[in-house]
Design a protein around this ligand. Structure first.
Ligand code: ZN
Length: 643
């Protein structure tokens, strides 16, 4: 009976919508056009804006029928006008805090969250109720906007916001203030320990740094992290989700999301295993009798605190002892390139393929250097200030090859912001998914550091590019991008399991290393215990940032890269393709960026690459020459494969 009733209601709704569809489209066009007219001033008067918001909230339309598209649109118009103002304020307060870490700035940011929480608490259930009906709407936009809007969660009490914010900032505070001391001095992670992991070769000195950081940071955050996750889980369950994992997967709008990740990792595993075997063999020769040459690699000798990327130790893994890559850091420094010029370099690549120049606000309001007079969060990031032409970055830039890459990466976020903000209404101003956002700048960065491009700019001598040079270049890229995949995979695999309560709380650290071993062949360099909490020494764990976006972006950037080369009719090997100054190539790229998230990401991807999902083909083709070389070389050197 209930079933029959439901079907009738839906049918009636569908019929009614059919006849009203033209009217509905006109009304939704109102929402889709909004935002283009609202111009905010650059300076923000929080108090005044909040007063406006308070007034706007009282103007909520009266809802009598959740199945009415007209009411759904009316309500959405009201909701968006407020949400748009609110997000602008919180973005400014967040930027202010990140670029000037003071108690006062944190307080302002948290207070704003608390100020808006009754609004969110009041509107989300309404969003969900409308969505219940609008999921059957024949109007694509109405359906899409409600289905995405109904994703959110509400918090039951303000104490919860206070408690979680406090725990999170306590953990991040431990992360940013922990130091490791020897007899001479104390070393913070950035820049000292980071740098030590990159350049130090002494096995025991590296072990000292690794263990010091893991013990001092990880042990301290362990109880906080557990409390934090428990609080988040409780809240998410009160919102009707099974666990945090379910919530994290929601934005991907993908069935079998985890299977997709598993499959991609499986696909690249043969390549990874060859790379792992080669690197382990070389390390075994460098550090004889320190570890088993047939087993996993100790985590501290891969040139990175988290062994997430291994390219810093390229010199120890050179395929040909006499072939070295042009040293970008030295080139930049020799040419006296300034921090500002690093940005001009990147901007020049983007504009050469007809993407956007940076705006006035970008140049005047970003934080390009670590300021001397205040404490800041140096983690590189890009901000869409939700204000006309106001996009900013915050990077403590140094002039070196890593930063050259980071600058391209962050500018990629800005290009994306600009492309969709110019073409899309507020509701669609976002990446097609978060992996898209991460992949844009990396894709362009790959072109920017490509040897053929370096030669065309006169940065490197064209004559040095030969087969050996190419293999060395591919090796560097693989150490950076292939080595990263199992690392990134485990970051979320572990949390998915933790959130689902599949990890015994008394074995949190053990479970972490079990996964590191299973998927990446990496082990802790010393005995670990359950006093330790080694996953907790990574920023994204403590900031609770999901990591699948990075895993997927490292697959996707090769899909983008290959598609761009195809459009540019590049006939040579992928790794030497250059699209610099090919405006027609960039044009198609920009068209994809401009779609924001107005359609499901698979449709957007298809428009550009012809593929409808994440696929490993492009990355495997890219590394094919290196893969062949590794197989031969591992046999020649008698290096075993696997762990
Ligand atoms: Zn990013």
């Amino acid at each position: 009976m209930i079933k029959y009733f439901a079907v009738t209601v839906v049918l009636q709704l569908l019929l009614r919508y059919e006849t009203d569809s033209i009217v509905v489209q006109k009304q939704i066009n109102g929402i889709l056009n909004e935002g283009k007219v609202v111009v905010f001033s650059n300076d923000i008067d929080v108090e005044k804006q909040n007063l406006e918001i308070q007034y706007d909230i009282t103007q909520a339309p009266n809802i009598t029928d959740y199945s009415s598209e007209r009411q759904a649109i009316q309500w959405l118009t009201w909701y968006i006008s407020i949400a748009q103002k609110a997000i602008k304020i919180s973005t400014v307060l967040n930027f202010n805090y990140m670029t000037n870490i003071t108690r006062e700035n944190l307080q302002k940011y948290v207070a704003q969250k608390e100020f808006m929480s009754p609004f969110n608490r009041q509107t989300l259930p309404i969003m969900k109720r409308f969505n219940h009906f609008m999921q059957y709407s024949t109007n694509y936009d109405l359906k899409r906007i409600y289905s995405r809007g109904a994703h959110g969660t509400i918090t039951v009490d303000d104490q919860y916001i206070e408690k979680t914010s406090k725990l999170r900032s306590q953990m991040l505070n431990i992360y940013s203030t922990t130091t490791v001391c020897d007899r001479l001095k104390c070393y913070p992670l950035t820049p000292d320990l980071d740098e030590m992991m990159h350049v130090e070769k002494d096995y025991d000195r590296l072990l000292w740094a690794w263990k010091g950081w893991h013990d001092r940071c990880g042990n301290k955050v362990r109880p906080l992290y557990v409390d934090y996750i428990d609080l988040l889980t409780k809240n998410i369950q009160e919102n009707g989700y099974t666990d945090l994992t379910e919530k994290w997967m929601e934005p991907w709008e993908t069935d079998n999301f985890e299977d997709m990740l598993d499959q991609l990792l499986d696909d690249v595993m043969p390549l990874y295993k060859q790379l792992h075997a080669y690197v382990r063999g070389r390390l075994c020769e460098l550090y004889p009798y320190r570890f088993n040459c047939n087993g996993p690699i100790p985590a501290h000798i891969l040139g990175n605190m988290w062994s997430q990327q291994w390219h810093e130790r390229l010199d120890d893994f050179l395929p040909y002892s006499k072939t070295r890559l042009a040293d970008m850091t030295k080139i930049l420094q020799r040419k006296n390139v300034t921090i500002h010029q690093m940005y001009l370099f990147a901007e020049n690549f983007y504009t050469s393929i007809d993407l956007y120049s940076m705006t006035e606000n970008f140049w005047t309001k970003s934080m390009f250097e670590r300021p001397k007079d205040r404490n800041v969060d140096c983690k590189a990031s890009a901000f869409d200030m939700r204000n006309t032409d106001d996009y900013r970055i915050k990077i403590c830039t140094e002039v070196d090859d890593n930063n050259f890459y980071i600058v391209h990466h962050e500018m990629g976020h800005i290009e994306y912001y600009m492309a969709y903000s110019k073409s899309q209404p507020y509701v669609y101003r976002d990446g097609a998914n978060s992996a898209f956002h991460e992949a844009i700048g990396d894709t362009i960065g790959m072109f920017a550091i490509c040897p053929t491009h370096g030669a065309s700019l006169g940065l490197i001598d064209e004559n040095i590019i030969d087969e050996k040079y190419e293999i060395t270049y591919l090796m560097r890229t693989a150490l950076q991008k292939v080595a990263f995949l199992p690392f990134a995979y485990v970051m979320d695999k572990y949390r998915f399991a933790l959130f689902r309560n599949q990890i015994d709380r008394s074995k949190l650290n053990r479970a972490w290393w079990d996964m590191k071993l299973k998927y990446g062949g990496i082990m802790p360099p010393v005995e670990r215990s359950e006093q330790n909490f080694d996953p907790g020494v990574k920023y994204h764990m403590l900031a609770n940032v999901p990591y699948s976006r990075y895993f997927l972006s490292y697959i996707l950037q090769f899909q983008f890269y290959r598609a761009l080369c195809k459009i540019g009719q590049n006939e040579g090997p992928l790794h030497l393709c250059d699209i610099y100054q090919q405006k027609a190539v960039g044009d198609q790229f920009r068209r994809m960026l401009a779609m924001g998230n107005s359609r499901h990401w698979s449709e957007i991807l298809e428009v550009f690459t012809g593929e409808t999902t994440f696929r490993s083909e492009a990355i495997l083709i890219y590394f094919q020459p290196l893969y062949k070389w590794l197989i031969k070389e591992n046999i020649r050197r008698d290096y075993p494969v696997g762990w």
